[in-house]
Design a protein around this ligand. Structure first.
Ligand code: ADP
Ligand code: MG
Length: 467
């Protein structure tokens, strides 16, 4: 009698139950489903990819050995992941501690505890307690920005007005902006500070219009000593909000109040933002934040680990720093992932563990590229060069056909990373040295002939965008 996949799996489970520790059995093996059984293979499905890889790696051999006993023949066991791996991001494991108790503020300790908390919130309007200068690691990528922030905090409204930070996501613009706010409040606890994202500014304005409270809205922002407006690129094409901000800007500027702005690109490149605003952004100082270099990434990780009381081996830190290069946010994301996975698996974070988890994470983050098949490449290049697709694989040697053939070979190599031999096979069995010669020829010509280069690029771009 033939056994079904679940039956085979149930027997294998019974057979391994005593061979692995109880907790391992319940965390790795118990909840796994059998999906399909063929002559030589049993396909299992674990909760997610991490679990699947882990199970296959750690217990694959054991399961296959028992599987062979159960079915009486060799049985390959493959485990695939089912759900989104993000189920492994349990909210319990966070890098941010729930807002840490704030440092004693000499000016408020004299007051009663009840009014104290109210005052603290009133004084730190929307500022994240963790975004301080003390927690900001300075490297060559942000040195200028951080120096400017701290100088502006010491002489608000007098040195750089406005102060503009720009740069990509997760590079510390918001952090620096808050740090400046904290510093200003430290030296002048009575300073009126507002932190607001451009989006929030817009929403508040809309609400004020609806409720007929625009006068209060205006007054509120125009009374600030320090206005921190985050992500101004959000004001793109929002004319009336820009207009409102323009007047707020002028009012603050004229009375020497400090204005700090952030944007995802240099002000001059902000599209859909009025020229009169952009030109005002130029009145002060504009500094960029760049992605951190390796040493800075390591320093940031060390400091984060220390802050959070995490023990990360130097090798683990190095491994994370090597694998996450684009932003500080990415570094933090990697640490969170490691913590989450290690807590779920009850596994120590070793360098090897880190490498595996980060490799998986990278794959998850990569967008799924539409992959053109060799046939699609041939068809598309043939069409672009106006030759018949069959001529590419035939012996035809007219100039255009030869050129199209070479380009198609080149595209297959670059886009699909196919072995030369295999490419040759797709072109009526040409040998690998012919293919290599053709590809080299295209490469050389791409270097010398801009028109040709543009044409090949265009053709490959179209292939990438195939549905
Ligand atoms: P942005 O506003 O540029 O998108 P954020 O200021 O939100 O970036 O920074 C993203 C995360 O990285 C925050 O948690 C922040 O604390 C952290 N971060 C950024 N730069 C640094 C740095 N130089 N040192 C320590 N942490 C940093
Ligand atoms: Mg930000």
């Amino acid at each position: 009698m033939e056994l079904t996949a679940p039956e085979v799996w149930a027997r294998i489970q019974d057979a391994v139950r005593d061979a692995v520790p109880d907790h391992a059995f319940s965390s790795w093996i118990e909840g796994v489903r059998a999906v399909a059984l063929t002559e030589g293979e049993l396909l299992l499905e674990a909760g997610n990819r991490f679990k699947a890889e882990w199970l296959e790696d750690k217990y694959g051999d054991l399961l296959e050995a028992r599987g062979a006993d159960v079915v009486g023949r060799r049985l390959r066991i493959t485990v695939r992941g089912a759900a989104s791996p993000d189920v492994f991001e349990p909210p319990a494991v966070r890098l941010d501690p729930p807002s840490a108790p704030s440092e004693p503020d000499p000016s408020v300790t004299r007051r009663s505890p009840a009014s104290q908390s109210r005052l603290l919130t009133a004084r730190r309007p929307g500022l994240n307690e963790r975004y301080t200068f003390e927690r900001f690691v300075v490297g060559p990528n942000n040195q200028l920005a951080s120096a400017a922030a701290s100088a502006a905090a010491d002489k608000p409204g007098r040195l750089y007005n406005p102060l503009v930070f720009y740069g990509g996501v997760g590079l510390g613009k918001t952090h620096l902006m808050h740090a400046l706010g904290h510093r200003v409040l430290q030296s002048n606890p009575d300073a009126r500070v507002a932190y607001v994202s451009a989006e929030q500014f817009l929403n508040e304005m809309i609400t004020a219009i609806q409720r007929g409270t625009t006068a209060q809205f205006r007054a509120r922002y125009r009374e600030m000593d320090l206005l921190l407006l985050d992500d101004v690129q959000f004001l793109k094409n929002k004319e009336s909000t820009q207009d409102e901000f323009f007047h707020t800007f002028n009012a603050l500027y004229d009375s020497h109040r400090q204005i700090v702005l952030t944007a995802d690109r240099p002000p001059r490149e902000l599209e859909g933002v009025e020229e009169r605003l952009v030109s005002r952004f130029d009145w002060g100082l504009t500094v960029d934040l760049r992605p951190p270099d390796l040493e800075t990434r390591i320093a940031i990780l060390r400091s984060k680990a220390e802050e959070e009381g995490l023990e990360l081996e130097p090798d683990v830190i190095e491994c994370i720093a090597h694998s996450c290069t684009s932003s500080v946010r990415e570094l933090e994301g990697a640490v969170i992932k490691l913590l989450a996975v290690s807590s779920v698996w009850n596994q120590e974070i070793t360098p090897d563990f880190a490498r595996r988890v980060l490799a998986l994470r990278r794959r998850e983050l990569e967008p799924i590229k539409p992959v053109a098949s060799p046939e699609r490449i041939q068809e598309s290049i043939a069409a672009g060069w106006r030759v018949r697709p069959e001529s590419l694989t035939a012996k035809t040697r007219t100039r255009t056909v030869t050129e199209a053939r070479h380009v198609a070979m080149y595209a297959m190599r670059k886009m699909l990373e196919m072995p030369l031999m295999e490419i040759g096979r797709c072109f009526g069995g040409r040998d690998h040295s012919t293919v290599l010669y053709s590809i080299r020829k295209v490469e050389r010509r791409i270097e010398l002939d801009p028109d040709f280069r543009a044409r090949v690029r265009q053709a490959m771009q179209e292939l990438r965008e195939l549905p």
